[in-house]
Design a protein around this ligand. Structure first.
Ligand code: TYD
Length: 385
C-alpha cells in the first residue's frame, strides 16, 4: 500500500513509497496493530494533507469535547495540553473557554494554521522528552486530550510515560479514537492504513495503561468516524471507576473481540467489496454513466488500491482541501480536484469515500440528489443510496 495521506504530483510517481499493510492481534493483551510500521517522519511532516477543520460536524464535535472536559475539570485556570492538535479546531474552544492551552503536533503546516489563529502550538512529536519540556515551561497539566491521534502512535509507551509525568495527580487524560468493536461490526476495513497503527478496544486500552500507573475511569461512545470510543483516564486509584468500563470489557471478551477469529468476518467482507465495488463501477461506466469520487480521504487509499480502482473507473475525486487540489491520490494516481467542480458539473454517481461523514454530506448534497445524483457506498455493503 502507499501512504494514505501522501497525495503527490506526477514528478513523484516513480519514487512513491509503498509498504506491506497487515494487521495483527495480540490475544494476550487484546491490542490490534499494524505489523509493519512506517517511519513517523514519512507520514507527519510539513506537507501533511489532513486538516481537522474540513468537516463542520467534526468541528462542532471537537468544541463539545472541549466543553465537556472543562466541565469535568470544573476548576479555575486549568491548563490543557492537546496531543495531535492539528489546525486547532479543539484548542480554539479551550481558549474560548478561558483555559490555558498548548497544542503539540509534528506537522509544521497544520501547526502554522493553528498559530495563525493565535493558538499556542508547538511542532514536535509528543513523548516523554516533550512532557518534561512542557512541565518546566508551563507546569503540570490539568487535562491532556487527544482526538483521532493516539491510534496513530506505535511508540505509545513513550507517550503514556509523558502523560503520566505531565498530568497533575487529580488530572484527566481524555482521548477518543475509532472503536475496534464498530470497525469489525461494520466491516470498515478502510480504517486499516499506515497512519492507524493501533485499533483500540476498552480491553486493549486498559492493558496498555496499566504499566504506566494509569487507568480508565469512564468511557463514552461517540457517534463519529463510524463509531468511536472516548476514554477518560486518571492516575490509578485517583478517581472512582465507572462500572461501565468493566461491563464493556466483559462484553468484548464475550464477543471474542480480542481473538484472531473476530477478524474472519471483516476479512471476508473486504474480499466481497473487492469483487462487488469494481464490478458495479464497471457496469455503470459501460452504460455511459459518469462517476466521481467524493472526498479524497486517507481511508480511500485502502479501498482504492485494494480494490484496484483506477482513473478509468473513477476519473477524479472532488475534495474541499486546497492542499490536495492538483495532486493525485496515492498509489492509483486519481486526480484530486476542487469540490466546486463537483457542484458545477455533478456526476451521475458519487463514490462516497467519506462514508463516516455521510450524515453531514447527505444534508449538504440535497440539491445533488434532488437533481438525480446518487451516492455509492461500500461500508457496511456496496450499494447505491
Ligand atoms: P476524514 O474521513 O475526516 O478523514 P481521513 O482523511 O482521515 O480518512 O476525511 C477528510 C477528507 O474528506 C478531507 O480531505 C476533506 C474531505 N471532505 C470533503 O471533501 N467534503 C466533505 O463534506 C467532508 C466532510 C470531507
Amino acid at each position: 500500500m502507499p501512504l494514505a495521506d501522501a497525495f503527490l504530483d506526477s514528478a513523484r510517481f516513480q519514487s512513491e513509497y509503498f509498504f506491506d499493510l497487515n494487521v495483527g492481534v495480540c490475544e494476550r493483551c487484546g491490542m490490534v496493530q499494524l505489523g509493519d510500521v512506517v517511519d513517523r517522519e514519512r507520514m507527519f511532516h510539513g506537507d501533511y494533507a489532513f486538516f481537522s477543520s474540513t468537516s463542520t460536524r467534526m468541528v462542532a464535535h471537537f468544541q463539545a469535547f472541549a466543553r465537556r472536559v472543562l466541565k469535568e475539570l470544573d476548576r479555575p485556570d486549568p491548563f490543557v495540553v492537546e496531543i495531535g492538535s492539528n489546525d486547532g479546531s479543539m484548542l480554539h474552544e479551550f481558549a474560548r473557554g478561558g483555559a490555558r492551552h498548548l497544542g503539540v503536533d509534528p506537522a509544521a503546516n497544520v501547526v502554522e494554521a493553528a498559530r495563525q489563529q493565535g493558538l499556542r502550538s508547538v511542532c514536535e512529536f509528543f513523548e516523554e522528552a516533550s512532557a518534561e519540556r512542557i512541565l518546566s515551561s508551563d507546569g503540570p497539566a490539568d487535562a491532556i486530550v487527544a482526538a483521532n491521534c493516539m491510534c496513530h502512535i506505535p511508540y505509545i509507551s513513550s507517550v503514556l510515560g509523558g502523560v503520566r509525568r505531565l498530568l497533575k495527580p487529580d488530572g484527566l487524560f481524555v482521548f477518543e479514537d475509532p472503536y475496534l468493536g464498530d470497525i469489525l461490526a461494520t466491516g470498515a476495513f478502510d480504517q486499516f492504513y499506515d497512519e492507524h497503527a493501533l485499533y483500540f478496544s476498552v480491553t486493549s486500552v486498559h492493558n496498555m495503561l496499566a504499566p504506566h500507573g494509569l487507568e480508565i475511569v469512564a468511557i463514552e461512545r461517540q457517534n463519529v468516524h463510524g463509531g468511536s470510543m472516548r476514554y477518560y483516564i486518571a492516575h490509578a486509584g485517583s478517581r472512582p471507576r465507572s462500572p461501565e468500563v468493566d461491563g464493556v470489557m466483559a462484553e468484548e471478551h464475550a464477543n471474542g473481540l480480542t481473538r484472531r477469529t473476530a477478524f474472519e468476518a471483516i476479512a471476508s467482507r473486504a474480499a466481497r467489496v473487492r469483487t462487488e465495488l469494481p464490478e458495479l463501477l464497471r457496469r455503470l461506466r459501460d452504460s455511459g454513466k459518469s462517476i466521481v469520487g467524493y472526498a479524497a480521504t486517507a481511508k480511500s487509499a485502502t479501498v482504492i488500491n485494494y480494490c484496484g480502482i483506477t482513473p478509468e473507473l473513477v476519473p477524479w475525486i472532488a475534495d474541499t482541501t486546497p492542499a490536495k487540489h492538483g495532486l493525485f491520490s496515492p498509489g492509483a494516481h486519481i486526480p484530486v480536484r476542487p469540490y466546486e467542480e463537483f457542484v458545477r458539473n455533478p456526476p451521475d454517481y458519487a463514490l462516497l469515500f467519506a462514508w463516516n461523514h455521510a450524515a453531514e454530506i447527505f444534508e449538504k448534497e440535497r440539491a445533488y440528489v434532488a437533481g438525480g445524483g446518487r451516492f455509492i457506498v461500500y461500508v457496511p455493503d456496496v450499494k447505491i443510496v
